[in-house]
Design a protein around this ligand. Structure first.
Ligand code: ZN
Length: 1137
């Protein structure tokens, strides 16, 4: 996303010869200008990804990626000096699939010759604030796998030029562990950049991880704060061409050379050493590559003839090698680059929350993908065309990590396109899951591996064709398979469980029949997890649940909440594709699940009194509309919920939370819903014109959601601190309490469009808070950004912690940045940080954490307080290009007659003594992120018979892929994926250094014990994305020295001669003494993978460097040691059956 650059031109009419070679390094002592040609191709933003690919819908934006790739290939072929870098594999893979063999051969040659270089190489250029690290790794792996298989190419440069801020996880895990030598980006905070320009620190060594000492990366922040060409040199955007024939009018070479040299020198003044990199290209540029290169050829010739600087076509790889050759120490950067502001009142912290339902959908689909892949790997990939796979979901999840997708900064029609793709992918993955579970429950053995399976040597295009045939074929196959129990099991996965809707369970319960729940746990630990199944309460008011060992499981029937009913009605009214089988109640029970496995539960109507239903109390004046309501709530000042682990106290007068106690730790705390008025940009203040919108959060006042007030309280205190006026006073809300044997619920209604339900489940220490917000009213003409505000007596002062992409926790200090003196211009928006998964405050004694089920923005604006933004509806555009207000509706249309979108999600609150807080926080964060997969069916008929035990013969009611082997609680099986020839396996250490006295230690797992049921014959440790051997990556990756001193003395005189090799040489790597051959000067050899090289494999086997074997890798013992925060990636090569 880039705004159009202004250009200027003037005339000067003298002649110059143009004989210099375009790439000759004629002046080795001068400034070396690496001209890097690129095109930044958003995988959807103003247009859908396919519209961008084809160049359709050009009335919105003239952009067609296919033309870029077509014409770049022609232009590169025409002149071997020219180079081009490309990053977005989602587009390249589309294009590649459409090319004939001749073009493919041509492109392969361009890659081998170093003319076409891949940077980043992910399927998309992912966002770094709102993407979860699992999805970042997946989407990068998808692109890297294509490049490895297609060209043997291994990207060496991170190219995150457009994302709106940059995460510590990107620096460590996604760069250093992916084998990158360097990382480049455009956007960073304007104050940070000004400071860095002053001290020549736009290039640095970034150590994003406090735990992974080896995960630092050379990082460059483009001087423009963007990634476009130097001003005046956007040839494709109508800047003047190089008019170089003195016989013609308007000769402009001298003037253009002066302008170019001046910009190069300005850049050189802010970076270190004689090499600078100029990016030429921008959003969807080089669609007319001939125009670009023809002018660049002339410009480079003229510049080199002039002699003040030496310009040449280059690539980021060559530029980084030149920098590496300096053998200098670079400024050290720790922490991260959030939040990002481009102007004093323009903090890009709104997109942390924008489109919350979309963010929730993406997160749950990402988790579903991981779990579905486990079952797919275990059951074996189907033969070609034989069944559904997880491929379509992998592509959709990858696509939606794009920095205008998961961010919610795309146009509405593009959002709809994204969600359609995600839904489609999910349907296929659901079919994988249900067919696997059906087979396993029926007692089928794991099928033999079909070696003719779907080997992804050519990755399909986003599943737009052929997939329906997959589903039909799969259903046919299932029907034809022998069924050992002679009882069909047809599992349904219900997409709408969060609004108490499910065809199978509601239909069956309506008919007075029971149903089966199969729950698959993707975690490597066994766990106890609360489940809720929608039912109709019309036929029974008591339900019995039977577990896999035929044991009775405590169950509770509880009525759907009023807000759920409202949501059901709203959705039924606006969208024909919504389910009509809404339940009016749920059966809740706590399920015990094995690691990497499932258990089945039979839920059946029970005879007898309606004892299990629980009771409801309310503080409402008129509670007559609800059954079983007991107005006793308002007889006492406080009403409590207590499950033996945690105790919640609510104030019956205000309806608000009063305190939370977990075992011996207690906090006084409250939670409220409030809203910021979105600035419409029309205030008579400084920076008039900056509205709150899809990207930017610019509040203009804070208001209670509840219209009633009760005097001064925390609310007034906060408002005074923030210096903003509003309806002061603590709110009063309606409070209903639901009690039962499984779950205790406090239902708070702040307004008819904003509710919280707080839950304590039997045997669980976390507090679940389900928020429902919407339709956000806007008849008053005010945009609203709704937050939940947690206040507590935790003495956290001005410190709080937020996670980086679900990985490391990063300390934040209010009104402060670690690496520059912050001028506070936006006291609220400027203190917002991305909360991808977790946020906490702590004092000497305790830690209070909020875990989120999706990415949201969060801040701590006073001691003990945390606020998380839940939903946003703005009525103005924030002028960053999307050109639409963020005004989502339930119909997926903009400016239409449809209610605003309702979003519903969950927080888990975790309270623990500070020293012991990491374990519950980390464990619960993983459990919230990876809920069990639930599938429902009728109870197989034998089981329902009176023949007590005989009826269950043949049913496999519980099963574990790891045969019950449990991973250590600080280790997560991040990936288990069948690639068609091997299993891709990742293990992640879940703790960072110093977080827990025991669990932050290195841990050793026996991989063979976990995956003993899979068949493999060889294990190789790989880079994070699986595109190279780990040993090769370790050997080849460039390391840069770092100094803590931002002002390390450097001479900025471009004539200082460092050992730079300019274009093409190989001093970078040979300088390290590793002697990597980079012959053919001027043509950096494309790195070839050695995976299929038998000598390399022999070396690996002999060297046994792959795994920590502790004295030799016995077949049955494959020990993997993980350091804190480490992720290790392995390829387990199939063993033929
Ligand atoms: Zn972009």
């Amino acid at each position: 996303m880039l705004l159009i650059l202004a250009t200027a031109a003037s005339c000067r009419g003298t002649a110059t010869p143009h004989s210099a070679d375009a790439t000759a390094d004629a002046h080795p002592a001068t400034l070396k200008v690496h001209v890097v040609c690129h095109s930044h191709d958003d995988a959807g933003w103003l247009k859908t990804v396919d519209q961008y690919y084809y160049g359709a819908n050009n009335s919105i934006q003239v952009a067609g990626v296919q033309y870029t790739l077509d014409t770049v290939v022609q232009a590169l072929t025409a002149n071997p000096a020219r180079k081009f870098v490309y990053g977005e594999m989602g587009f390249f893979m589309r294009w590649w699939a459409q090319q004939d063999e001749d073009t493919r051969a041509l492109v392969t040659q361009l890659v081998e010759d170093g003319q076409l270089e891949f940077v980043n190489g992910g399927y998309v250029q992912h966002d770094e604030a709102t993407a979860h690290y699992v999805a970042m790794v997946d989407q990068t792996t998808l692109g890297h796998t294509f490049l490895r298989k297609t060209f043997g190419a291994v990207p060496r440069i991170g190219w995150q030029i457009d994302p709106f801020g940059h995460s510590a996880t990107q620096a460590g895990l996604l760069s250093a562990y992916a084998g990158f030598d360097a990382l480049f980006f455009g956007r960073a905070d304007y104050q940070d950049m000004a400071h860095r320009k002053n001290v020549s620190a736009l290039e640095m060594v970034w150590q994003g991880s406090s735990s992974l000492a080896d995960a630092s990366i050379f990082t460059g922040n483009f001087i423009s704060g963007n990634y476009g060409p130097p001003e005046g040199f956007a040839f494709e955007w109508a800047d003047p061409p190089i008019m170089d024939d003195p016989r013609l009018d308007e000769f402009n070479v001298h003037e253009r050379v002066d302008a170019f040299v001046e910009q190069c020198q300005r850049m050189a003044a802010s970076t270190r050493g004689p090499d600078i990199m100029l990016t030429i290209g921008s959003d969807f540029q080089f669609a007319n590559a001939h125009l670009q290169y023809k002018n660049l050829d002339k410009l480079i010739r003229a510049v080199n003839s002039d002699g003040r600087v030496n310009a040449f076509y280059s690539t980021p790889e060559a530029y980084v090698r030149a920098k590496h050759a300096y053998k200098e120490s670079w400024p050290l950067k720790q922490d991260d680059f959030f939040p990002y502001a481009d102007f004093p009142h323009a903090f890009w912290t709104g997109y942390f929350t924008s489109r919350p339902a979309s963010k929730g959908f993406i997160r749950s689909a990402t988790s579903f993908l991981q779990a579905a892949r486990q079952l797919e790997a275990f059951m074996g990939l189907p033969g070609k065309e034989a069944g559904p796979t997880t491929e379509a979901l992998e592509e959709a999840v990858s696509l939606l990590q794009h920095h205008d997708a998961i961010t919610g900064t795309e146009k509405q029609h593009v959002a709809c396109d994204y969600h359609r793709r995600l839904h489609r992918g999910l349907k296929y993955a659901q079919a994988v899951v249900t067919s696997a579970l059906e087979a396993l429950i029926r007692g089928q053995d794991r099928p033999g591996r079909d070696t003719g399976g779907v080997a992804p040597d050519s990755i399909t295009l986003d599943s737009s064709t052929g997939s329906d045939a997959y589903v039909a074929a799969s259903q046919r196959v299932l029907q034809e398979q022998p069924n050992p129990i002679d009882a069909p099991i047809t599992l349904e996965i219900c997409d709408w469980l969060n609004i108490t809707a499910c065809n199978t369970t509601v239909h069956l319960s309506s008919a007075g029949k029971g149903f089966m729940v199969a729950a698959y746990n993707p975690l490597g630990w066994s766990r106890e997890v609360p489940l809720r199944a929608p039912v109709s309460s019309s036929t029974a008011c008591a339900w019995a649940v039977t577990g896999p060992e035929n044991e009775a499981v405590t169950a509770q029937l509880l009525p759907a909440s009023p807000s759920t009913h409202d949501l059901q009605q709203l959705l039924a009214g606006v969208n024909a594709t919504c389910p009509t089988t809404f339940g009016d109640a749920e059966v809740a029970f706590v399920a015990r699940l094995p690691p990497l496995g499932y258990s089945t539960f039979f839920v059946q109507p029970a005879s007898g009194a309606c004892a299990g239903r629980g009771s409801i109390q309310s503080n409402a004046q008129d509670a007559s509309l609800q059954t079983d309501v007991d107005n006793a709530v308002d007889k006492e000042q406080y009403v409590s919920l207590d499950n033996g682990f945690a105790r919640l106290e609510f104030d019956t007068h205000t309806g608000l939370l009063h305190s939370l106690t977990v075992q011996d730790t207690k906090v006084q705390m409250s939670m409220h819903l409030a809203w910021y008025n979105s600035s419409d940009g029309l205030e008579t203040q400084e920076n008039r014109g900056q509205a709150s919108g899809a990207y930017i959060f610019r509040p203009n006042g804070l208001y209670n959601v509840s219209s009633e007030g009760s005097g001064e309280g925390w609310w007034g205190t906060l408002l005074r601190r923030l210096g903003i006026g509003s309806n002061q006073g603590d709110p009063i809300v309606q409070l209903d309490i639901v009690r039962g044997d499984v779950v205790l619920e406090a239902r708070q209604m702040f307004a008819n469009w904003a509710t919280l339900v707080t839950r304590l489940y039997k045997g669980q220490s976390q507090v679940e808070m389900e928020w429902t917000v919407g339709p956000i009213p806007f008849a008053d003409g005010l945009g609203k950004e709704v937050v939940v505000v947690y206040t507590s007596d935790v003495d956290s002062k001005d410190e709080f912690w937020t996670d980086a992409n679900g990985r490391e926790m990063i300390k934040r200090t209010r009104d402060y940045r670690p690496s520059w003196e912050l001028n506070v211009t936006e006291p609220v928006a400027g203190n917002y940080y991305p909360v991808t998964a977790a946020m906490y405050v702590q004092d000497a004694g305790k830690q209070l954490t909020v875990l989120t089920d999706r990415s949201q923005g969060g801040a701590s604006l006073q001691s003990g307080q945390m606020e998380v933004m839940l939903h946003r509806r703005t009525l103005a555009d924030d002028a960053r290009g999307v050109g639409e207000p963020l005004n989502e509706t339930a119909c997926g249309c903009l400016a239409c007659d449809c209610p605003g979108l309702v979003a519903r999600g969950r927080h888990w609150l975790v309270l623990a003594p500070r020293e012991e807080a990491a374990k519950p926080r980390r464990t619960l964060q993983q459990e919230l992120n990876d809920p069990p997969l639930l599938a429902f069916s009728a109870i197989p008929r034998e089981v329902g018979s009176s023949n007590a035990d005989g009826g269950r013969i043949g049913l496999r009611r519980t099963f574990s892929i790891s045969e019950g082997h449990i991973l250590h609680s600080n280790v997560h099986l991040l990936t288990l994926k069948d690639t068609g020839s091997s299993y891709l396996v990742r293990l992640a250490h879940l703790y960072q250094e110093g977080e827990d006295s025991i669990l932050s230690r290195p841990t050793t797992e026996n991989l063979n014990a976990v995956l003993q049921l899979l068949h493999y014959q060889e294990v190789r440790e790989m880079s994070l994305t699986g595109n190279q051997l780990h040993a090769d990556m370790q050997r080849d990756r460039l390391r840069f020295d770092a100094s803590n001193d931002l002002t390390t003395s450097w001479l900025h005189d471009a004539s200082v001669s460092h050992a730079s090799n300019g274009e093409g040489g190989d001093s970078g790597r040979s300088g390290s003494g590793r002697g990597i051959a980079r012959q053919a000067v001027g043509r950096p050899q494309q790195r070839q993978l050695l995976l299929d090289d038998s000598a390399e494999l022999a070396r690996l086997r002999a060297g046994a460097q792959i795994i920590d074997c502790h004295g030799g890798c016995a077949v049955d013992e494959l020990l993997v040691t993980l350091k804190p925060m480490e992720v290790r990636t392995f390829e387990l090569v199939y063993r033929p059956n």
